[in-house]
Design a binder for this molecule. Structure first.
Ligand code: BDR
Ligand code: CA
Length: 308
């Protein structure tokens, strides 16, 4: 089993990613969940993480509340995509439980310090603020990181702006710290996640699982997306991170040098990916470009069917 920490801003696709991780507990040892401001402010992403744990009967997993905004820029959120509470359509009650004591950054540091070298994989599904703060506060934790498998960036067009994907756009300074940290990074950007589109037929399948989780997933993914991309379904950005941990053979990519644009302006948050090695820089990320989407949804559905 691979030990992991999921850092997240649920967010409907974050919620599906968390559920997939729960459903794969035979393969993944989820040490804790840490939350961050992103899709909605951190008080709400924390409540949402707790709601998802309760939905799946996994209130045993500690949820630590993290950074309430980016390192330098003011916070920009995405209610226009995920609804006022971030999980529109899930139809879940408020959480019964509370966040665990200790800030997310402290939890990341403590978990990594207690681990052996290469002991824990970090799985960020939102802006990278918590990770950057942890790396700056406690650089001694870096050797403990086995790998960072993150959702962020774009090998082509952005979704927040023409240049930038949402997670990197929100906190590009944090992204620059993480991409410069020297540990192995797998980048799951829009180039691949826009291949992992849950079609209307696939979304309907979730409803037929006959479980509370299946109904919640169906509700979240059928909600109209006024700010969406006009795709024929709902992109499963964040679940690709968990799917990569479970089924790397479904994905293909290349080691590349990736540079983060931190300046304000039209290029803010752009991930410049040196796909052809023109810049002669050392690669700092394994950039995923393709996924076998049909097989991905077969395997995801099979796993998610095992949840309550
Ligand atoms: C990313 O932005 C968020 O809205 C999603 O949860 C995902 O992490 C996609 O750009
Ligand atoms: Ca997310």
């Amino acid at each position: 089993r691979e030990s992991i920490i999921i850092d997240t801003d649920p967010g409907q696709d974050d919620a599906v990613a968390l559920l997939l991780a729960f459903a794969a507990s035979d393969r993944l040892d989820l040490r804790c969940i840490t939350t961050v401001s992103g899709n909605v402010p951190v008080a709400q992403t924390t409540a949402n993480a707790l709601r998802i744990c309760e939905l799946a009967g996994r209130s045993d997993i500690a949820v630590h509340r993290g950074a309430d905004g980016p390192l330098l820029f003011p916070l920009g959120t995405a209610e226009f995509v995920c609804g006022p509470d971030g999980l529109a359509g899930a139809d879940l009650p408020p959480p019964r439980g509370e966040a665990a004591p200790g800030h997310a950054v402290e939890a990341i540091i403590a978990t990594l310090r207690a681990a052996p070298d290469d002991g824990v994989a970090l799985c960020p599904l939102g802006p990278l603020t918590n990770l950057a703060l942890a790396f700056r506060l406690a650089p001694d934790i870096l050797p403990k990181i086995r790998r960072i498998v993150l959702m962020g960036g774009a090998l082509g067009l952005g979704n927040m702006t023409p240049a930038a994907e949402f997670n990197i756009h929100v906190d590009p300074h944090a992204a620059a710290v993480v991409f410069g940290c020297g540990r192995p990074i797998v980048m799951m950007g829009l180039g691949v996640t826009h291949q992992a589109i849950a079609s209307h037929e696939q979304i309907a399948r979730f409803a037929t699982l006959g479980t509370a989780s299946g109904r919640a997933i169906h509700g979240m993914l059928t909600r109209p997306r006024p700010g969406g991309l006009g795709t024929a379904g709902h992109p499963m950005h964040d679940p690709c991170v968990i799917a990569f941990l479970l089924w790397p053979e479904l994905f293909d990519g290349r080691d590349c040098f990736v540079e983060i644009e931190t300046a304000a302006g039209a290029l803010r948050g752009r991930t410049t990916i040196d796909w052809n090695g023109r810049l002669k820089q050392l690669a700092n990320a394994h950039v995923i470009a393709t996924v076998q989407a049909h097989e991905l949804f077969e395997r995801m559905t099979e796993r998610l069917a095992t949840l309550p």
